[in-house]
Design a protein around this ligand. Structure first.
Ligand code: GTR
Length: 437
């Protein structure tokens, strides 16, 4: 049985046991991560000499020399080649909702044909993505929080008429047999959809799409889509991975959102949970436009340091999800310290823009310690850009000061109301309110 299925089955058993027997006690059997950080600092030090590049002293050194070198290493060793943008075409726009009551103005479905350098196995040769866009009542331009959904758009608004269903294969865990209450019990109230009304009340637009419409999240099925997205001439070991394809898709969605007069292009925030947290970080690292990023429980190849193999080991992630990465990443299974890049350097590529990392106390697999240490490791680059230092010292005590921020809530892997509360407080605090249109 694949690891992912085991995890899901384990979670189902835990919650079912919890519901049937011990009330709230069963969760207590899963250990919290230790309160104190004892592991060493991230390495290599982010400003130190790296490969043939001397130590970084200035912002120009970072931007002109180090950032391109790191992007090349992340592509060749972990994620695979990032496709070039090739434009898009809006195929149609449909209004799904215009509620009279409440703060939501409209919810629309915008169908977008993405252009790609080569044709591939998509119907008509190129990917088509349905973007679900909620805009609040009132006068924009609105800031927008944008991110991918796991199991197709239907899970966002389950009873909505007129929503198109994905025609791509879905991962097994999206099988659809699990009742909604069980999904919420295991993975949180907002596992499938954001708190629309709260976000609208606070003046945020929300954009969601299904990255699996570009590359299906199914290992064997994904390969021809990945081949089609891989830039011509890329060595086979560096073919585009699905995380990269999904990060590229985020950037295409930013293209569309930035051109919408109701939205503020200077306040497009990316977010993602778990695998989509990995993609959100990668997207912002390669694309200067997102104003801020919130990555929740993004773990290995996300916010968590990987060279120490704490949390999800490279051997496991590349065996369970080979399609997520360049084939080259597999070579580091069992010896991740041989990698010369680590995730603090990925976060540093987002500098000086705000990054919030969310973790769960009992989510050992997602590695809260490694994520905290990655933020610390990225901080010197933020300081080089004049951003306030990351001064938090305790995992459980956010200091609410910096543009790099970390929180660890109780519980396991999932998306809860308190996660959204943390994210909104963070975006409110760190993303300037001034509009540019
Ligand atoms: C897990 C995987 C993690 C994380 C998670 C998710 O099975 O091991 O890396 O991405 O899935 O996306 O929910």
């Amino acid at each position: 049985m694949r690891l992912r299925r085991k995890l899901v089955l384990g979670a189902v058993l835990i919650v079912t046991g919890l519901a049937l027997s011990a009330g709230g006690c069963a969760l207590q059997r899963l250990p919290n991560v230790p309160r104190e950080i004892t592991s060493p600092a991230a390495s290599p030090p982010v400003l130190a000499a790296f490969r043939s590049d001397p130590a970084v002293q200035t912002q120009q050194d970072w931007q002109n020399r180090r950032a391109p070198l790191l992007k090349a290493r992340f592509q060749s060793e972990i994620y695979g080649a990032m496709p070039a943008p090739a434009g898009y075409e809006i195929v149609c726009r449909e209004v799904l909702q215009t509620p009279e009551k409440g703060a939501i103005g409209t919810i629309e479905q915008i169908t977008i044909a993405l252009k790609t350098a080569q044709t591939g196995p998509w119907k008509n040769g190129h990917p088509v993505v349905d973007l679900i866009l909620m805009t609040p009542k009132g006068k924009g331009p609105f800031p927008v929080i944008a991110g991918g959904t796991f199991c197709g758009n239907n899970v966002l608004l389950p009873k909505q008429q007129g929503m198109r269903t994905t025609n791509m294969p879905l991962p097994q865990e999206c099988g659809g047999d699990a009742p909604e209450f069980l999904i919420k019990a295991i993975f949180g109230l907002h596992a499938n959809s954001p708190p629309w009304e709260t976000l609208a009340e606070k003046g945020y637009a929300v954009a969601s799409w299904h990255p699996g419409d570009v590359v299906p999240d199914v290992p064997l099925v994904a390969e021809p889509y990945l081949q089609a997205l891989t830039p011509v001439g890329t060595p086979p070991a560096q073919r585009t991975g699905a995380i990269t394809a999904w990060a590229w898709t985020s950037s295409r969605m930013v293209d569309v959102l930035s051109a919408d007069p109701r939205l503020d292009p200077a306040r497009v925030m990316l977010w993602g949970h778990s695998r989509h947290g990995k993609a959100a970080l990668l997207s912002a690292a390669f694309d200067p436009r997102p104003a801020a990023v919130w990555a929740l429980q993004s773990g290995t190849a996300g916010a968590a340091l990987g060279r120490d193999d704490v949390g999800e080991p490279v051997a496991d992630i590349t065996a369970s999800f080979p399609h997520w990465f360049a084939p080259s990443y597999r070579a580091y299974a069992g010896k991740p310290a041989d990698l010369d890049v680590d995730q603090h350097q990925l976060i540093a590529l987002i500098a000086p823009r705000p990054v919030l990392i969310g973790t769960g106390r009992r989510d050992q697999w997602g590695d809260p310690h490694g994520s905290f240490r990655a933020l610390k490791g990225a901080d010197p680059v933020y300081q080089l850009f004049g951003a306030p230092a990351f001064t938090q010292t305790k995992l459980r005590e956010p200091d609410g000061k910096g543009v790099l921020a970390f929180y660890m809530r109780p519980g396991l892997h999932g998306i809860h109301t308190e996660d959204w509360d943390e994210a909104l407080a963070f975006f409110d605090r760190t993303v300037p309110k001034a509009t540019t249109k």
